[in-house]
Design a protein around this ligand. Structure first.
Ligand code: PGA
Length: 220
């Protein structure tokens, strides 16, 4: 099955640091076979434009993604960035990450609006859920199961539990693509690639260094 390997840089990297990463990543990625693999890099908003420019001018085999999108489609919403604005620079957007739900009080209703705006602007949403209680809109293609206890702790969820949750979250929607995120690194990824239905990984900490992210891609 084709794998989507997503780097979620969170609130890390200045523009210069993002470009340094890409320069290093470019030299490593050339030697990695990428059949059946799609790479998405999600920098912070401030680096989106430069990352996008680098990817285009260097023909880097990666897609660019944003880490969030406004629930409003343009207008007087100070500090927000709309799906239409993001679409000029990116193809994907992460929506509903547990950090946004926790620190920015994002509700299911807000997340639903974000998904709908992303889809209208032709941006592909990657919707993060913490478990089966979080809603998933019917038209969402990529669903990332990210158990809160596994994020940034070095303790990924047990593969058997991930497999079970993938089945539950897929439900009747066989088109839905299941992604796992939470403490995946170059040393533990191999077992997770064997979980049935796995369509990719959302990588936080281990995506910040070009070498470790490339090793993860290699192992997928
Ligand atoms: P982590 O983060 O890989 O650092 O655990 C994953 C995520 O939050 O998307």
């Amino acid at each position: 099955m084709e794998k989507l390997i997503i780097a979620n840089w969170k609130e890390h990297k200045t523009v210069r640091e993002a470009l340094d990463f890409l320069e290093k990543f470019e030299s490593i990625i050339k030697s990695i076979p990428l059949a059946e693999k799609q790479i998405v890099i999600c920098p912070p908003f401030c680096a989106l434009s430069e990352v996008s420019k680098f990817v285009i001018t260097h023909h880097l085999p990666v897609f660019v993604g944003a880490q969030d999108v406004s629930a409003y489609d343009g207008g007087a919403y100070t500090g927000e960035v709309s799906a239409t604005q993001i679409r000029e620079l990116a193809e994907f957007v992460i929506i509903g990450h547990s950090e946004r739900r926790k620190y920015f009080n994002e509700t299911a209703k807000v997340i639903q609006k974000k998904v709908s705006n992303a889809l209208s602007a032709n941006l592909t949403p990657i919707v993060c859920v913490r478990g089966e209680k979080d809603e998933i809109s019917e038209n969402v293609c990529y669903v990332a199961f990210e158990p809160v206890e596994a994020i940034g702790t070095g303790n990924p969820e047990e593969p058997k539990k991930v497999e079970k949750m993938f089945t539950i979250l897929t439900g009747d929607n066989t088109e839905r693509k299941m992604i796992y995120g939470g403490s995946i690194d170059q040393d533990n990824i191999k077992v997770y690639t064997k979980i049935p239905r796995t369509a990719g990984f959302l990588i936080g900490g281990a995506s910040l260094e070009a070498e470790s992210f490339a090793n993860i891609i290699s192992a997928c």
